[in-house]
Ligand binder design. Structure first.
Ligand code: PSU
Ligand code: MN
Length: 300
């Protein structure tokens, strides 16, 4: 289904019409999750990885009052460089479209866009979730809600370690969202391949596709979270990360940073505190997720 609110790139249209594999990619990670110029390099690299695997990449963003599904190099540059790009989650979509501003889509908004365009698989770094401060702040990412109402398979390195992972998993369970870890029963913690939480293990892309198809047959609207641990050689251990995260969280609290600014603030602070190591890890894990998403898209 297309509508005039979508502007789908030629390659993506062609792939969707001919039943060729497509994956969606988000743009908040480019505009608000990583610093320039690494963000631009990463955005291009992710598209290249998909291309080289025979899968059409569809980076999603908002421009000129349309949801763009698939962007060109010029548009990637704007997303990476401009300081006026709005972080767009579900509730911001209508407003930013009405105003014709440039918007970078979060996991939540990208899932909506993927559903509208008929894209079934989406790769990101780490999804948003229940924040550790939830008891005071009530901060729970809309990403989790959109998982309950958009039938899209999202490949993520677990959930961002800045979150309360246990509550994040409980929330997803309450909303009926299937969560599987790929080739392990441990739920990974973004920068680290392990955590003290376990989820159901899934061992093949065929098994993922089979479950997804059954869920569609059942008329279920929810998506699916595939947790893909970062390779051991690229990880930062959870012990090391927890120390850094604690300092970043304290800093955010002291500065009174809340709402949609919190996640970008924490990510940037963690890059600073880890001397850039967290950025390298972040890049590796997204690349790893794109590869798995491509394999899933090919069997679907
Ligand atoms: N994963 C990353 N970097 C990011 C994000 C995810 O590696 O910047 C973004 C995603 O777009 C996710 C968003 O949807 O952070 C969550 O923001 P919030 O907690 O405000 O819902
Ligand atoms: Mn939030």
């Amino acid at each position: 289904m297309t509508s005039n609110i979508l502007k789908i790139g030629k390659k993506v249209v062609n792939a969707l019409e001919n039943n060729k594999p497509v994956i969606a990619l988000e743009s908040t990670i480019i505009s608000h999750g990583m610093p320039y110029p690494q963000n631009l390099k990463v955005a291009k690299k992710l598209e290249n990885i998909a291309d080289s695997m025979g899968v059409v990449p569809a980076t999603v963003c908002l421009m000129n009052g349309k949801i763009k599904i698939g962007v060109n190099e010029e548009e990637l540059k704007i997303l990476a460089q401009s300081s006026n790009v709005v972080k767009v989650s579900s509730r911001d979509l209508g407003k930013v479209l009405a105003e014709g501003k440039v918007g970078a889509t979060t996991v939540a908004a990208t899932m909506i866009a993927a559903r509208l365009a008929g894209i079934k698989v989406f790769a990101t770094g780490g999804i948003g979730g229940v924040h550790r401060s939830v008891n005071d702040s009530y901060d729970i990412s809309t990403d989790l809600i959109e998982f309950s109402r958009n039938p899209v398979i999202v490949v993520s390195a677990g959930a961002k370690a800045i979150l309360d992972l246990s509550k994040t998993l409980e929330f997803l369970e309450t909303y009926g969202v299937p969560v599987y870890s790929f080739k392990t029963d441990i739920f990974p913690a973004f920068y680290s391949s392990t955590s003290d939480l376990s989820v159901e293990q899934i061992n093949s892309v065929e098994a993922i596709a089979a479950i997804y198809k059954k869920n569609l047959e059942l008329g279920l609207k929810q998506g699916m979270l595939i947790a893909n641990p970062i390779p051991r050689k690229d990880e930062i251990t959870i012990e090391k990360m927890n120390k850094i995260i604690k300092i970043a969280l304290d800093d955010a609290k002291q500065k009174g940073i809340k709402g949609k600014k919190l996640t970008p603030f924490l990510l940037a602070k963690i890059v600073e505190l880890s001397d850039g190591d967290s950025l390298k890890t972040n890049i590796k894990l997204v690349e790893n997720n794109v590869k798995l998403a491509c394999k899933i898209a090919k069997v679907l």
